[in-house]
Design a protein around this ligand. Sequence first.
Ligand SMILES: *Cc1c(COP(=O)(O)O)cnc(C)c1O
Length: 372
Amino acid sequence: MHVPFLSLKDITAKYADELHEAVLRVTDSGWYLQGSENKVFEENYARYIGTKYCVGVANGLQALELMIRACKILNGWNDGDEIIVQANTYIATILSVSQNSLKPVLLDPNPDTLELEPEAIEKAITNKTRGVMLVHLYGRCLYNEKIAEICKKHNLKLFEDNAQAHGCTYKGKKTGSLGTVAAHSFYPGKNLGAFGDAGAITTNDEKIANLVRVLGNYGSSKKYVFDYIGENSRLSELDAAVLDVKLKYLDDDNNRRKQIAKMYYEGIKNPVIKMPSVLPEENNVFHIFPVFTEKRDELQQYLKEKEIGTIIHYPIPPHKQTAYKEWNDLSFPVTEKIHVQELSLPMSPTLTDEQVKFVIKTINNWNLSNKE
Ligand SMILES: *Cc1c(COP(=O)(O)O)cnc(C)c1O
């Protein structure tokens, strides 16, 4: 049995009629940027997340970068001011801080929950700290009241990188509505994915929303009048129309991901495989289903031979990358262990029960079969 890591073709096929209709509607409209499709999607996505504002941008990295830049401008932050962020994240989170000439202050997460410890955040605060960035990595929520209290107490902005967690909730409230402002990526493989690069920010702060829109439109709020050295970061009408169709089915798709995760949690019994613990107040949307094992590369090879697709998220942590040479000697033991041991199992709303059962059986036979 072949089990792909993720089949975008299958996901699109599920909603093909409505997607084709949306694409045709935009094609025939003759209007491709900054039009009614953006307006409708922004309204619907803001309502879904539970914020007053949503601003569509060109991709997730620019959503992160522009939300931080808006806060930097509005609050008069200086170059070199600090943003606290977890060391185990996708590089884009870190890039968005550096690209604003701010300093990412990296923290190791808790090894069991993969979440940031409030105590560690508080310890890392200096007189230059301006914000804390929570990355809802793998689809699980990193927010909690303790972290919010620390931010309030120290007058810090609370940023969310919600690229992997569309639809995730904490005590009933969606991630993307829990802090000052949040960035979302709609890269095709995300839980809510476009047909190319796309992204958005969500916030209840009107000033931040307006400024992100201006900064992403060449720094202009009025045609041919430029108030900032801006950039071009706009969501295409085509992608807005596609996203608006898929948004209607996001909860259904996330529910299927949760069912699959439940099957993995209940079915995988191989003692050499560790899965992250689940906290009751969280509602993980399983963008990724990570497992951890000391023989990660062997497991990946074994699954490949059984035609089961897996991916490593991610093989090299940001502080070990050449792009951040100055950090290469820093040590984040939990993060480094995650990057050596992590393997992402097939996770897609289109997987069948039979495929998931096959993955579970194959994993449970690993090592046992080697000894036979
Ligand atoms: C995908 C992703 C991004 C970047 O989004 P793009 O749309 O690819 O630029 C940022 N942060 C995290 C955690 C991501 O997974």
